[in-house]
Design a protein around this ligand. Structure first.
Ligand SMILES: Nc1nc2c(ncn2[C@@H]2O[C@H](COP(=O)(O)OP(=O)(O)OP(=O)(O)O)[C@@H](O)[C@H]2O)c(=O)[nH]1
Ligand SMILES: [Mg+2]
Length: 450
């Protein structure tokens, strides 16, 4: 199997190259839109990275010399990729209606690109993923009318695939970057890697820093400022306090023990005590008796009532009662993202309520790979925002950059302690960038220059 990446300004060019290099049977795995070049975001050009895969012809395999180290593709990962693709095909084929039952008009408009390859379509507006049309649903798995459940399952698998492709591309595109790099920038590059920023992203950030500092690093304050300017556009945040609207519903979701209830209470305090908003609090966490008490104790102090719902119907009835409130905050029980039953139950609540804010809460002291796995599992319920908690328990902040580069979900709050209500901050890309910069520049100092 051959995987190739193409960076182009027009997707049509990539399709021509794919057809030429990989043949008619090539499959598009994904497209990513990004800005390239320019200075601090000005004058940059829109480019597309298209990843395609094709089976190797028998004669090519025979004549192939063993791959060089840097070209080596992890065969286990490729096997996994193949498995996911075939799993999708199988699962979707089982649930897809027959061609007769399918509506004639596709719900997603085609982009119209065609060079003998199947057409590319967007899966949904928020995603940069593409899928192929012009292929029978039984071959591709889905078709335009696949149900919401299929789409969310597909989204989860696609995210896993995207991550695998990113990991592979780092391996495939591994360059001999370090030897040519001036010492001080090499130390910054290594400090970024220590912050768990991937090689590719670290390299891009260092290269941008070299450009904006003209390869000079004399004034520390100036370097700090310029480095923050380089990093902050790469961090996605959303200021909830500024952007929310009356009547919005916030659902706090996430793994167990990450700080959902504590963060909900902090936000409720901020909104009701400081901003004088009329807040309603509901909980569907009825598994532990202590959970309701935990919420009620702090809500009582703020003079906010807490409603408890034992099923989706009760929740929608309670929400009806709260409909004139400024905001309603809903606490949920921690979910083990690998437990499908728990995830399905949560989905049922979300289908009925369809809240504007689905706040996936994760602890920053979680290993990066586990964070990616959490996001991928929770993607079946399409979280709209991230809340990152327990920043006080780590000094690794690369997740601010990594999560933004991997997933299109903005961070809206960061929490940094157990105290209610003070240990919370509104996520702001410049501020988050400055945490990484301070840590990186401190760690990148030459020994004896502390
Ligand atoms: N250090 C630190 N601890 C925190 C932070 N946020 C929450 N905690 C603590 O984490 C523990 C779990 O917090 P909860 O709010 O109960 O977590 P949860 O996600 O609601 O837990 P479940 O409902 O059981 O899934 C408590 O001891 C909190 O005080 C934080 O930002 N920093
Ligand atoms: Mg809780």
């Amino acid at each position: 199997m051959k995987i190739k990446k193409y960076v182009v300004e027009d997707v049509k060019d990539a399709l021509k190259q794919i057809k030429r290099d990989l043949g008619e049977d090539a499959v598009i795995l994904g497209t990513r839109k990004f800005k390239s070049g320019g200075f601090l975001g000005f004058g940059s050009r829109t480019k597309y990275e298209v990843t395609a895969v094709a089976e190797e012809k028998k004669e090519e395999i025979k004549s192939k010399t063993p791959p060089k180290d840097e070209e080596w593709i992890d065969s286990k990962k490729l096997y996994e990729l193949k498995r996911i693709l075939s799993k999708n095909v199988q699962a979707q084929a089982e649930t897809s209606p027959s061609p007769k039952e399918r509506p004639k008009t596709p719900s997603v408009p085609s982009t119209g690109y065609s060079v003998g390859l199947p057409k590319i379509e967007k899966v949904d507006e928020d995603s940069s993923f593409t899928r192929l049309s012009g292929v029978p649903a039984t071959e591709w798995g889905g078709g335009d009318d696949a149900g919401a459940r299929d789409v969310s399952g597909l989204r989860k698998d696609m995210l896993a695939m995207k991550r695998m492709i990113q990991d592979l591309s780092v391996k495939i595109g591994k360059e001999h970057y370090l030897p040519g790099l001036p010492e001080r920038f090499r130390r910054i590059y290594e400090a970024l890697i220590d912050q768990e920023v991937n090689q590719d992203l670290s390299r891009r950030m260092v290269e941008s820093l070299r450009i904006v500092t003209n390869d000079g690093m004399d004034n520390t304050m100036e370097v700090e400022r310029k480095f923050s300017e380089v990093l902050s556009p790469a961090i996605r945040t959303d200021n909830f306090i500024k952007n929310h609207e009356k009547g919005d519903i916030l659902f706090f979701i996430g793994p167990t023990g990450v700080g959902k209830t504590t963060t909900l209470t902090k936000i409720a305090a901020m909104l009701s005590l400081e901003m004088r908003k009329r807040i309603g609090i509901l909980t569907i966490d009825t598994y532990r008796i202590a959970a309701v008490d935990q919420l009620k104790t702090s809500a009582d102090i703020m003079g906010i009532g807490v409603g408890v719902a034992y099923n989706p119907k009760e929740l929608s009835m309670l929400l009806e009662r709260f409909k004139d409130f400024d905001l309603v905050l809903v606490d949920t029980a921690g979910r083990n993202q690998k437990n499908e039953l728990q995830m399905n139950e949560l989905s049922r609540y979300l289908q009925i309520v369809n809240p504007k804010y689905k706040l996936l809460t994760m602890s920053m002291n979680t290993r990066s790979k586990d964070m990616y796995s959490i996001i991928e599992h929770f993607s079946v319920i399409a979280p709209t925002h991230l809340i990152l908690t327990k920043m006080d328990e780590t000094s690794v902040y690369g997740s601010f950059l990594e999560l933004s580069s991997r997933y299109d979900i903005p961070v809206c709050f960061i929490t940094n302690g157990q105290r209610i209500p003070e240990d919370i901050m509104i996520a702001d890309s410049k501020r988050l960038a400055s945490f990484i910069v301070k840590e990186v520049l401190t760690n990148a100092r030459p020994v004896g220059n502390a």
